[in-house]
Write a protein that binds this ligand. Structure first.
Ligand code: IMP
Length: 186
């Protein structure tokens, strides 16, 4: 584990070690196995950021389930553009199914609300959200169905374990937060 990394013009410091992420993921998996026993849910990962969390979470799932992905992007650099664009779509057989949306992070909540809207159009039996990270202070609109959550974090920019800074850092095992330089004294 490295304590500090440089990506482009930014320095990041360790926030969550992979061990810690794995333990939390295992617990969420156990809870999902209990909650969805005999229900064959469909897990839908929101790409790109969720790919590592989705893979590790699904390895903890022991009940029958299906897996799909949706790709949505709303980000440029470190601040939300406020625009949500769909790049490729949802599985088309969600009617009467139990859907679990898997996110890397809920920041403003715009992406999630968009995905929830799209899923609801197919009239599923139920929809719940499972996110690894949640930044409550950044939320712009309330998000429904946020049932499973790894870690609540402060309103700071993070990279690693699927999350990127301008396309880089997704491959890092651990999660890092942007290191802020203290403001100079007046
Ligand atoms: P939201 O629509 O603002 O909730 O943002 C959702 C998407 O923005 C996430 O799925 C991430 O891909 C990206 N995002 C939000 N916060 C961060 C961050 O701190 N680091 C990297 N990507 C982020």
């Amino acid at each position: 584990m490295i304590n500090e990394i440089q990506i482009g013009d930014k320095t990041f410091e360790i926030l969550l070690e992979n061990d810690n992420i794995s333990k939390r993921t295992r617990l969420i998996g156990i809870q999902l196995n209990v909650d969805y026993e005999n229900r064959c849910p469909i897990f839908i990962g929101v790409l790109n950021g969720s790919f590592l969390f989705m893979a590790d979470l699904l390895k903890e799932i022991e009940i029958p389930c299906e897996v799909g992905f949706i790709r949505v992007s709303s980000y440029a650099g470190v601040s939300s553009t406020g625009m949500v664009r769909e790049a490729f779509g949802l599985p088309e057989h969600l009617h009467n199914r139990d859907v679990i949306i898997v996110e890397d992070i809920v920041d403003t909540g715009l992406t999630l609300n968009y995905v929830l809207g799209e899923v609801q159009k197919q009239k599923p039996a139920s929809v719940k959200v499972c996110t690894l990270l949640f930044k409550p202070a950044a939320l712009k609109a309330p998000v429904e169905a946020l049932e499973y959550m790894g870690f609540e974090i402060a309103n700071e920019f993070v990279v690693g374990y699927g999350l990127d800074y301008d396309g880089l850092g997704r491959n890092l095992k651990d999660i890092y937060r942007e290191k802020t330089v203290p403001a100079p004294l007046p």
